[in-house]
Design a protein around this ligand. Structure first.
Ligand SMILES: Nc1ncnc2c1ncn2[C@@H]1O[C@H](COP(=O)(O)OP(=O)(O)O)[C@@H](O)[C@H]1O
Ligand SMILES: [Mg+2]
Length: 483
């Protein structure tokens, strides 16, 4: 329900008239007419102080609309300022409700933004734009929410609530595989709004599979990252409810980002969330539905079903089919019977973590990255003392390589080779002072090592350890004799 423009303008006039003539007469009549409209406005969408003040206005208008005897000009004067400010914020200065372009214009005019791409994608309720905040040079994504095709006011309200939930849910999440939200602006009068979030430079899952490059891409890693994101969501009692390839992105570094929490919900403590919308509307491309959808029930186990169902649908016959190692798990996930499915993401993750460390056949690109790095390292080390140790831990390798990459950010060749060797050998060793190690080789290795699943990391460290064991040993005693 939107406020008739004339009524609103009249209300603002009345507010002013009371202030100047100190008479409440016209206001008494209007209280009754305007109350339902004021009540539809959500004070939650106002800044903190104003929200409390606005709630007081509604309370007073309601009281006076029933009985004017308690009305008092002084009280009204205290409230009128709040009312005017609230109306301006919720409706705009002229009282008109804005359409989506005006929403966008209003938003743009508040800051220096340039639009880099005005349609990254669009759904039923608006579109997604790529913009740059010129003040700080930050590229970000603006998701404009505008249900202009929905005429039914109740439905509009309901979907607007979903949109607000999307913002709240995203604000409460912090995970490497879930898109980060920066800010949100709401325009409740028209049930519209904008979410600003990190830009994921990459591809959606459908495009990823369509353009799959068996040398560079890694569908297994993508699968494990998706499971990691959803295990986290499950631990936060959040269900996504709109699982489809266009809502999962893979950035240029191979990092998965789950996006679009437009249908997201908090599940109740028993893990269920019942909503007729949940099961069918969002899964029109699913071939089968999980049994709980017939009871209009949705839990994390239902998200688990849809991820399984999606992989079962998009992997067979695709370029990455031969590389994909989790078909057995996918089948169990996609079981329509809840009994036969994994109980939870936690259970699935546990199973995946304990699956024997089979990493399949490395791609040529992976082999090249590994070999370039291991060869460079080996060529630089002359020998090591017998009491030195090869102690490789995932954490030390990651943080050690990070500082090397940083220290040599502008250098073509690693400037301090012993710093690099010390990540892998503790104790004494000798190195060839003329050895040159390319910074790019180290950087490539670091990036690749950082994004492979932990079981592949183990295998890489095992291979490096085996290689470093080949370094010649020198004896400290003999070596210390001066003649
Ligand atoms: N943060 C982002 N970075 C890059 N592209 C995005 C981002 N968010 C959305 N997109 C693109 O826009 C499309 C629509 O966004 P989405 O949030 O899924 O909205 P809708 O509710 O309309 O489906 C996505 O499928 C994706 O291609
Ligand atoms: Mg989407």
């Amino acid at each position: 329900m939107s406020m008739p423009k004339d009524a609103l303008i009249q209300l603002i006039k009345d507010v002013d008239a009371v202030a100047t003539t100190k008479t409440l007469s016209s206001l008494y009549e209007r209280c009754g007419i305007l109350l339902p409209y004021l009540k539809k406005l959500d004070p939650e969408n106002l800044p903190g102080d104003l929200a409390a003040g606005f709630a007081k206005v509604i309370y007073t208008v309601e009281k006076w609309s029933k009985d004017v005897r308690g009305a008092n000009v002084d009280i009204w004067l205290q409230l009128s300022d709040t009312l005017k400010k609230s109306i301006e914020l919720l409706y705009g200065n002229d009282g008109s409700t804005t359409d989506s372009d005006q929403v966008v214009k209003k938003f743009w005019s508040s800051k220096q933004y340039s639009i880099l791409n005005n349609n990254l994608g669009h759904g039923a309720f608006g579109r997604t734009l790529l913009i740059r905040d010129e003040d700080i040079g930050l590229v970000q994504v603006a998701k404009v929410y505008d249900p202009k095709n929905i005429k039914d006011e109740n439905l509009k309200l309901r979907f607007f609530q979903f949109f607000k939930d999307e913002i709240k849910i995203l604000h409460g999440l912090n995970h490497r595989n879930i898109v980060r939200v920066y800010a949100a602006h709401l325009y409740p009068s028209g049930h519209k709004g904008i979410i600003l979030m990190e830009y994921v430079s990459g591809r959606t899952l459908d495009k990823y599979i369509e353009k799959y490059d068996t040398n560079i891409d890694d569908i297994n890693d993508v699968f494990l990252q998706i499971i990691s994101a959803f295990t986290y969501l499950e631990s936060k009692n959040v269900v996504h409810r709109d699982i489809r390839p266009s809502n999962i992105m893979i950035d240029d570094d191979g990092v998965v980002k789950v996006i679009d929490f437009g249908c997201g919900k908090w599940s109740n403590p028993s893990g269920t969330c019942s909503d007729s919308l949940a099961s069918v509307v969002n899964h029109d491309d699913a071939k089968v539905l999980p049994e709980e959808s017939f009871d209009k029930e949705y839990t994390s186990q239902t998200d688990l079903f849809y991820i399984g169902e999606m992989f079962d649908r998009i992997i067979p016959g695709s370029e990455c089919e031969s590389q994909f190692r989790y078909m057995e798990q996918v089948k169990k996930m996609a079981s329509t019977s809840q009994m036969c499915r994994y109980k939870s993401f936690a259970e699935l993750k546990n199973t995946l973590d304990n699956t024997p460390a089979f990493v399949g056949v490395p791609s040529d690109a992976e082999k090249a990255i590994y070999t370039n790095f291991a060869d460079s390292l080996m060529n630089a080390i002359a020998n090591r003392r017998s009491d030195s140790t090869i102690a490789l831990s995932e954490e030390n390798v990651l943080s050690g390589l990070d500082s090397i990459v940083e220290e040599n950010y502008y250098a073509e060749w690693i400037q301090n080779v012993p710093n690099l060797i010390s990540i892998f050998i503790s104790g004494n060793y000798r190195y060839h002072t003329k050895a040159k190690i390319s910074t790019e080789v180290v950087r490539d290795f670091r990036q690749w090592f950082g994004r492979v699943p932990s079981r592949t990391k183990d295998v890489i460290l095992k291979s490096l350890r085996a290689r470093l064991k080949m370094v010649a040993i020198f004896d400290p005693i003999e070596d210390s004799i001066p003649f």
